[in-house]
Design a protein around this ligand. Structure first.
Ligand code: FMN
Length: 190
């Protein structure tokens, strides 16, 4: 039986986005229009999640003072220069199964959707995932400022903005070093 695998229109564009995505940490001043933010956040909304629990919530921060607060812990001060910071939350009360695990994993999957969508829209983005280890006093201040309820876990941030310069690609491992056929380290591609 012949099987017709139909490549989606625009599939090449997806791979271009994946290749062009690099972490961007310097931004030009720019006010990201709401319609662009909406598209970017909609890509996050459509992400998969364990048991479709969709435990993510997103707070978009553009206010300069709040951005400065979020950027306070060194050495991540570049965050304050982002055009928008998306604070990614995980709802502990709805997250499925092993809550402690999925309450962070699902929102992180959504975050990568968001980062790729931002790239596709011509923006640069950077993950900031070191928030969990911040001092409790700092996290409490962030919670108060953003009015984050207790059942919401602060998972990570995504900084989005117009890149100041062309982002530089980072070295990536070769395909043959990470992909195997049937068993570990048995070459997949000849
Ligand atoms: C889970 C996760 C956490 C990250 N946390 C930070 C962070 O706190 N600060 C930062 O500047 N970059 C952060 N990054 C970006 C990585 O440093 C970056 O992805 C990596 O160096 C590869 O570079 P590339 O994104 O340009 O391919 C994070 C990325 C991921 C996926």
């Amino acid at each position: 039986m012949s099987v017709d695998v139909k490549r989606l229109d625009g599939a090449e564009g997806f791979f271009e986005v994946v290749e062009k995505r690099h972490s961007v940490r310097r931004y030009k001043e720019y006010d990201i229009p709401d319609e662009d933010l909406k598209k970017i956040l909609d890509a996050a909304r459509l992400a998969p999640s364990a048991n479709n629990s969709q435990p993510w919530r997103f707070i978009v921060v553009k206010d300069e003072e709040t951005k400065k607060l979020l950027a306070e812990p060194r050495p991540q001060t570049f965050i304050a220069d982002a055009n928008a910071i998306v604070v990614v939350l995980g709802d502990v009360s709805v997250s499925c199964c092993n809550r402690a695990t999925w309450v962070t994993r699902d929102p992180m999957i959504a975050t990568e959707h968001l980062v790729l969508a931002a790239t596709a829209m011509g923006y640069g983005a950077c993950w900031i995932a070191m928030y969990e280890s911040r001092p409790q006093e700092f996290l409490d201040r962030v919670r108060r400022r953003l009015k984050i309820p207790d059942n919401m876990h602060i998972v990570c941030l995504a900084a989005i903005g117009v890149p100041e310069t062309e982002p530089r690609p980072t070295p990536k491992k070769a395909l043959e070093d990470i992909c195997f056929a049937e068993e570990f380290e048995k070459p997949l591609f000849q």
